[in-house]
Design a protein around this ligand. Sequence first.
Ligand code: SF4
Length: 476
Amino acid sequence: MRRTFLGMPATAPRGVGHLRGEEPFPAAARRGLADPQLRRNLGHATTTIRAKSGAVIGELPDWQALREAGAAIKTDVLARLPELLEQLEVAVTAAGGIVHWAADAVEANRIVTELVAATGSDRVIKVKSMATQEIGLNEALEAAGISAVETDLAELIVQLGEDRPSHILVPAIHRNRAEIREIFLQAMPGVDPSLTDDPPALAAAARRFLRETFLTTRVAVSGANFAVAETGTLAVVESEGNGRMCLTLPETLITVMGVEKVVPTWRDLEVFLQLLPRSSTGERMNPYTSMWSGVTPGDGPQAFHLVLLDNGRSAVLADEVGRQALRCIRCSACLNVCPVYERAGGHAYGSVYPGPIGAVLSPQLTGVEENASLPYASTLCGACYDACPVKINIPELLVHLRDRAPHPKAEAAAMAAAAYVMDRPALYAAAQRAARLSRFAGRRGRGLPPPLSGWTIGRDLPQPPEHTFREWWAQR
Ligand code: SF4
């Protein structure tokens, strides 16, 4: 039986791409809930990250002021996004880069594929990037005969395991080290068969595999955490150094960046480079922060292309309530505190953006009717709002999107009937008396009849009180 709650559409349309799942959230979540290993892995990982993050955030007396500043800078960016993007284009071009504008995933994939093909290379190395996952770049390149090698360790685990990422920051969070060892043994070329599941041994095996690829690949593809409009500087933050190898060794660098990643000035990075590591990995600063502006003769890639990706973002921007989702810096703090994410896992969200931010961003990027169950993937507890370093009011957005989602006809009929009854005092009093009779129906009386039964499948119907307020009032 499908578990449906009042107001939640029973199905989500099927679609291609990486912003939509093949099934609605409740159906996909049931698989995650039934997997005890997944729940153990997720519980352990999110608890560890939460503790680390909480400790380093607690060290900063001005954390709340930093959050305010981050939110204010992003709000300003969204208010004048076209102007800042044009400023960025001028600055990147002046520094020797080439800027491309992509309206959607299809156009972005075509641009990148043509750029790689023009270099004559049939392989690219990749820096971890949510934007390229969102557009399905690896699949588009593969279709053109170009292989893409993920160099972030967790992304590599996902790629070798022919799996899907389940966390923004830790894509293989659903895997434990024994599972990772199995994946390496089965899919990593040249791996030592005596490999153990000791984390340093696993990291060393990945390093050996990647080193050769770094040194022999001429094209790299990255995303960007930030782009500074005034200087044309792109920034990538990461923990392993593999990203920096990609950003410095190849001859050609192609960066795909969502348009909302621009910040006005270099000084603005001061705020985000404090907010991001503490919220994401629980570190005081990122181990590797790479920045580049265009090209520098004799130093690093000699050709740089920046692909500015819309893919639904303009539509999000047009919604005055919804646009705050574009402030997101992809730190994943909201995932790590979310009780729904921790139990259901990232795959249940269908999109590459899981957890609370995925529940509000994906439906907006695709149009809420194509991801209609996601705004319901929350208890509205508010932990995500408290954790978010740029103060995105995710519960407010969830309610906003629930309002905009298509609603079942049965719900509209039930609401119309309720309004009719509540508008007529005698009828309302009679309905209350009738409801009280259900007290005598015992446990069988806890549910509602179809089509309202969806509401009571997952929750108890409250027992009607012995006396209504009107009766209590009349007695006095
Ligand atoms: S919504 Fe906030 S907490 Fe969640 S990933 Fe984005 S910035 Fe981080």
